[in-house]
Design a protein around this ligand. Structure first.
Ligand code: DGJ
Length: 550
């Protein structure tokens, strides 16, 4: 029998060790205002340990519980409609575009007034920011580039598709475009360092938005064709362990798409590198997805963007990009979880850069954590009354945002603990599936079954919730000691190998919460509350469960 006092001590020391190893600060203030309070505010950075990741904020692992505003909300006049929704959804971070057209309407003349206003308001609202550089690419097009760029096809050439038709997307191979974008981005990052280099309200910068090109696999202009007819650059050949040759020789039928991906990634990488030379905070790109299961004609998605089939190319070509995050606007469980698997890689931190704001997406924050995610950000979170239905919800109000708010409230109260334990590989998560009404998690010594649509009392078959809304997160504090939290789900632990002589039991189930990094006990669950598994409803509840054998 495991001695209860030892487990508790062990539990405490594992969290302490995770805390110390990762420098877990006692619940740092989300705004970065602590610098003024004398708290040391370190630069945000992404750390990697054994193929797992954490975003370090004020020196400790942090989960981005984000909210992205709508595309045209990047104006001072709109911010009063943004903050109430961000507060409502209980996000700790606002993701907001910084448009090239807005900061450099005239070439060489910069205006950072929106950024300054946004920063000041974010600090007042005690929120962090992730800034999205809408430059050469915004969903394939240069729509957010200034007129002097997007109206000058000679200086800033567009992609020409195979039949000679010019597309909206700019060519990644035009040195003038790279030069102009890079200059603007450098000015932006230089300014950001001046205004935020101490407080670190801004955690990350997204470089461009959903790069790639619709309705053309690559640029077929004579200028691009010349490059395509040449050799695949050595760095890519080496990184992919290929034999040297032309694009056609090396990549066959994929040559056109891989060529485009490589040069889009190289462009973005050079922009990011120049920005980091000014102010080196984490930089990432987001991906418009292709079907995660089957081959798809590149004409039907954003060819050259960081879709799953070209992640190796992007990784090789864009070393200054810290991570590639999927934008997930598919409600289906299999699509969603497959995409999480594809973007969680030993060489890529998982960050759900965008997801739909309809209620059924909310539960996927749990699966994201289960895939070692460092953050999750629903899109279209403001009260401008714009709805991007059918991708998102048909209406955005407090009621529509509630499923996200519930989850962010619960996870926000565990933010630092979960982020630190996740970096150590001690976090699991499950979201409600739809074809079946339960799923299992493999914790090593325990197999956990999570059932959805079960009563709190008595044995029954899971039937699923009326709308899929269940989710659970589990974190190992010490051998045989776990934090368990979630909604609309029943959690059952089973031993995978028989440890005790006769059986095992939940020695104690404490309900409580964390305050300044310390567990605060509220009550014990027992009897009906534990006899039929651990039943989570719509109430935010955190349990600390200890197992013992007899
Ligand atoms: C993905 C893009 O990255 C966003 O900016 C936005 O256009 C959404 N799609 C759709 O609302």
């Amino acid at each position: 029998m495991i001695r209860v006092s030892n487990i508790t001590k062990a539990g405490r020391s594992l969290l302490m060790a995770a805390t110390m190893l990762s420098g877990l600060a006692p619940m740092a203030h989300p705004s970065g205002a602590q610098a003024a309070d004398g708290h040391s505010a370190e630069m945000p950075r992404l750390v990697r340990e054994d193929g797992r990741y954490a975003l370090m904020v004020d020196g400790a692992p942090y989960l981005v519980l984000g909210a992205q505003a709508n595309n045209s909300s990047n104006w001072p006049s709109v911010l009063p409609q943004v903050w109430p929704a961000v507060d409502q959804v209980q996000a700790n971070t606002l993701l907001m575009p910084i448009a090239w057209q807005q900061i450099e309407p005239t070439e060489g003349k910069f205006d950072f007034s929106f950024l300054d206003t946004l920063l000041a308001q974010a600090r007042e609202h005690k929120k962090h920011l992730v800034l999205l550089w809408f430059g050469t690419w915004k969903n394939n097009s240069p729509s957010y580039a200034p007129d002097w760029v997007k109206l000058d096809n000679d200086r800033f050439p567009r992609v020409v598709e195979s039949k000679g038709i010019m597309r909206g997307s700019l060519s990644p191979l035009a040195p003038a475009t790279l030069d102009a974008d890079r200059k603007a981005f450098v000015a932006f990052m230089r300014h950001l360092k001046q205004v935020d280099g101490q407080q670190h309200t801004v955690l990350m910068v997204q470089v461009e938005n959903e790069t790639g090109t619709y309705r053309a696999i690559r640029d077929f202009s004579p200028m691009a064709q010349k490059v395509f007819d040449g050799k695949v650059p050595d760095d890519l050949v080496k990184a992919l362990k290929k034999q040297p040759g032309t694009w056609k020789d090396v990549f066959g039928k994929d040559a056109d798409e891989f060529f485009h991906a490589y040069y889009v990634a190289r462009f973005v990488d050079q922009v990011a590198a120049a920005g980091k030379a000014e102010y080196p905070i984490p930089m990432y790109v987001n991906a418009a997805l292709r079907d995660p299961f089957k081959d798809q004609d590149p004409y039907s998605y954003s060819s050259g963007g960081p879709t799953w089939n070209v992640l190796d190319i992007w990784k090789a070509a864009a070393p200054n990009i810290d991570l590639i995050g999927p934008d997930i606007y598919e409600r289906g469980y299999d699509f969603y979880t497959k995409t999480l698997e594809q973007y969680k890689r030993p060489d890529n931190a998982l960050f759900v850069a965008e997801t739909g704001n309809d209620s059924v997406y909310a539960r996927y924050v749990f699966a994201t954590l289960g895939h070692q995610g460092i953050g999750f950000a629903p899109f279209g979170i403001d009260y401008t009354r714009y709805v991007n239905y059918p991708l998102g919800a048909a209406k955005i109000d407090a009621e529509a945002l509630e499923p996200f708010a519930m989850n962010f409230k619960l996870l926000g109260s565990l933010n630092r603990e979960l982020a630190a334990l996740s970096l150590k590989g001690k976090v699991w998560g499950a979201s409600e599936p739809t074809a079946e009404h339960s799923n299992t998690l493999d914790l090593g010594p325990y197999k956990v079954t999570v059932g959805y649509g079960l009563p709190q009392f008595g044995e029954a078959k899971p039937t699923g919730n009326d709308k899929p809304c269940g989710g659970v997160v589990i974190a190992e504090l010490a051998p045989n000691e776990y934090l368990v939290a979630g909604y609309h789900a029943r959690v059952d632990f089973a031993q995978t190998t028989k440890a005790g002589k006769n059986g095992f039991m939940m020695a104690s189930v404490e309900e409580g919460h964390f305050e300044n990094g310390k567990w605060v006990f509220e009550r014990l669950w027992n009897g009906d509350q534990t006899d039929y598994g651990l039943n989570f409803t719509s109430i935010p509840q955190i349990l600390k469960v200890r197992f013992a054998t007899y």
